[in-house]
Design a protein around this ligand. Sequence first.
Ligand SMILES: NC(=O)c1ccc[n+]([C@@H]2O[C@H](COP(=O)([O-])OP(=O)(O)OC[C@H]3O[C@@H](n4cnc5c(N)ncnc54)[C@H](OP(=O)(O)O)[C@@H]3O)[C@@H](O)[C@H]2O)c1
Length: 225
Amino acid sequence: MKIAVVTGASRGIGSEFTVRLLDDGWLVYAGYRSDKHRLDLINNKNLICRRLDVTDNNSIKEFADSIPGNVDLLINNAGVPDGRWRNVKEIDDKWMLEVLDVNSVGPVRMVKELYDKMSHDSLTTVAMISSLMGSIDDCHSGRSYAYRASKTALNMLSVAMKKEAFDDNISLLILHPGWVKTRMGGEHAPIELEESVEGMLKLIYANSLEDSGRFVQYDGVDLPW
Ligand SMILES: NC(=O)c1ccc[n+]([C@@H]2O[C@H](COP(=O)([O-])OP(=O)(O)OC[C@H]3O[C@@H](n4cnc5c(N)ncnc54)[C@H](OP(=O)(O)O)[C@@H]3O)[C@@H](O)[C@H]2O)c1
C-alpha cells in the first residue's frame, strides 16, 4: 500500500487531501498541529493521525520515525497567512519571521527528515502547496509582504532542490490551489475545496521526474515566476 504524508491536515485543503487520498486507497499519515478538527470525523483504518508542528525539528522527527516504510507522496500543505498589513510601517518583523518559518522553512524540514524514506525505486512526489501570491511577475497589488515572500522563497527552495532530488527519484511539484474557501481563503473565495483538491490530485497523479520544478495552478495552467 502506498504511503502519503499530509501536513496541516486538520482542516481546509490538507483535510480534503486526506479524505481524497484515503478514498483512492492510500495509507495516510496526517499531521495536525493543535486540534484534529475534521480528522476526528474520518473513520478509516488507513488514516494515522499524529501531532506535527513543521517549525519544530523534534516534532518532525517523532512524526517521521513513526512511519515504518517508504513514503511515496509528501504534501507540504501547512501554512499561515500574514497580518494583512496595510503599509510598510505596520509590518511586524517577528510575525514576518514566523510566517517564513512555517511556510518556507517548514517544507524544507519535512523534505530533509523524510528524504531517505522518499528516495527509492519508484517515483516520489513532493507537492509544495505554494501560491500565486509568491509570483514576482504577478505581484501587481503588492502588500501581503510576509506571505508573498514566504511563498516566493518556497518556490526557489523547491527549484533549488530539484536537481539533487532528480538523482534520487524525487519530483517536486509547486502547486497553487487557487483562491479557495477555507479559514485562510475566507468565505468569499470563488473556488470550493473539492474542486481545488481534485485538480491538484490530477496533477500529482500525472507527475513525472521531468515535471519536477513546475509551478502550476490547480486547473493545470502553468504560472509565471
Ligand atoms: N485558501 C486559499 O485560498 C489558498 C490560496 C493559495 C495557497 N494556499 C495555501 O494552501 C495551504 C493550506 O491553506 P488553507 O487555506 O487550507 O488554510 P487553513 O484552513 O488555514 O489551514 C492551515 C493548516 O495549516 C496548519 N498549520 C499552521 N501552522 C502549522 C505548523 N506550524 N505546523 C503544522 N501545521 C500548521 C493549520 O493547523 P492548526 O489547525 O493547528 O492551525 C491548518 O491545519 C497553505 O499553505 C496556504 O498558504 C491557500
